[in-house]
Write a protein that binds this ligand. Structure first.
Ligand SMILES: C[S@@+](CC[C@H](N)C(=O)[O-])C[C@H]1O[C@@H](n2cnc3c(N)ncnc32)[C@H](O)[C@@H]1O
Length: 184
């Protein structure tokens, strides 16, 4: 097992206790549906960036009708948890979980109809590079639907937030709506 993981088994259990089975962030199925509002998922080939312990990837296939979902994550314990969820929910024919390295996505140009992400891009510091990669792997006319925790201003977080991030050993790279808008 990686020794520098943020989301180890204990953290996964703690967060799922708060946010629900298979979720490492708030909102549950309703939040997934909100992010997908107006997006036609039925029959789509979907990438879920930062799939965590797997609930979103399962919902994309089971409840939203995606034909194929690839969930990617950079940490082994969450991928193991997600694969267990995929098996238990009986969607292994449509959902695959891949452990990847941070950085460029390991997919060919114009692979996906939809790139989805829920509360994971906060861990990716280079928003513009991430957005370039998203649009590279999207088919023409594809959609990018994501939620994330943002910061309200440009520049570093407040002293209080910086303390919190340090104390919790988080790698948060929060960006403002302006930075996100420029990136995409
Ligand atoms: C707050 S969790 C959200 C997980 C899931 N989307 C959910 O809503 O429950 C953030 C996830 O992003 C993953 N992550 C961190 N850096 C990443 C990167 N560069 N690429 C993909 N996933 C990443 C973490 O390992 C973690 O599983």
């Amino acid at each position: 097992m990686q020794d520098d993981v943020l989301y180890d088994r204990q953290v996964i259990a703690f967060l799922e206790h708060i946010w629900g089975d298979g979720f490492l962030s708030p909102g549950g199925p309703e939040e997934v549906a909100r992010v997908l509002a107006g997006v036609d998922v039925a029959g789509a080939h979907v990438l879920d960036i930062g799939s965590g312990s797997g609930a979103c990837a399962v919902l994309l296939a089971r409840d939203h009708g995606a034909a194929r979902v690839i969930g990617i994550d950079v940490e082994a314990p969450v991928c193991q948890a997600a694969r267990r969820r995929v098996d238990v929910e009986n969607v292994a024919d449509r959902v695959e979980i891949e452990l990847v390295e941070p950085g460029p996505f390991p997919f060919a140009d114009e692979t996906f109809d939809l790139v989805f992400s829920k509360d994971s891009i906060i861990h990716i510091p280079e928003k513009a590079a991430m957005a370039r990669e998203v649009f590279r792997i999207l088919k023409p006319g594809g959609r990018f639907a994501a939620s994330d925790w943002l910061i309200s201003h440009e520049g570093p977080p407040s002293d209080e937030m910086a303390d919190y991030i340090r104390e919790e050993w988080l790698d948060f790279a929060m960006a403002s709506p302006v930075t996100y808008a420029k990136a995409v």
